[in-house]
Write a protein of this length. Structure first.
Length: 143
């Protein structure tokens, strides 16, 4: 991951440092973020690092780490825009419902002579609560 702040002509140590996390060796808060005390106040290290190396932060502006390492205070990893994550939730292979079954359940519940949720749960091998969640679009809302 080469930082956008590195350009050709930078010293070699800066290019090497762009790829390495610099973990804080001081104290951390209860969520694992680096903190230090200054003038009786506790401050976040990454915010001060960003302001020292880049620019002053606007009120309410957040600092994110491009590397994703909560303990990292490398100024070349700090950005103000949230990095895009490529996490996709996948349906586990053991899931008993699929989009076709979900549509069938919703169609059955929409009919006038609809079966009970318990009967549908037995038919599809899930719990009545799972049928209720499908019906209320608490789960499978995208289908």
């Amino acid at each position: 991951m080469i930082s956008p702040y590195i350009w050709p002509g930078h010293p070699r140590w800066a290019i090497k440092m762009a790829d390495q996390c610099k973990e804080w060796e001081g104290t951390y808060d209860s969520q694992g973020y680096p903190r230090y005390k200054s003038g009786g106040r506790s401050r976040y290290v990454h915010r001060d690092e960003f302001e020292y190396f880049h620019r002053r932060l606007k009120p309410g502006e957040k600092v994110y780490r491009a590397c994703g390492n909560r303990r990292c205070v490398n100024a070349l990893h700090l950005v103000t825009e949230k990095p895009a994550t490529k996490r996709r939730r996948r349906r586990p292979a053991s899931a008993k419902l699929n989009p076709r079954k979900v549509r069938e359940i919703r169609e059955a519940l929409a009919r006038r002579d609809r079966p009970t949720q318990r009967a549908l749960a037995e038919k599809y091998g899930v719990t009545p609560a799972a049928i209720s969640h499908v019906a209320r679009r608490k789960t499978w809302a995208h289908v």
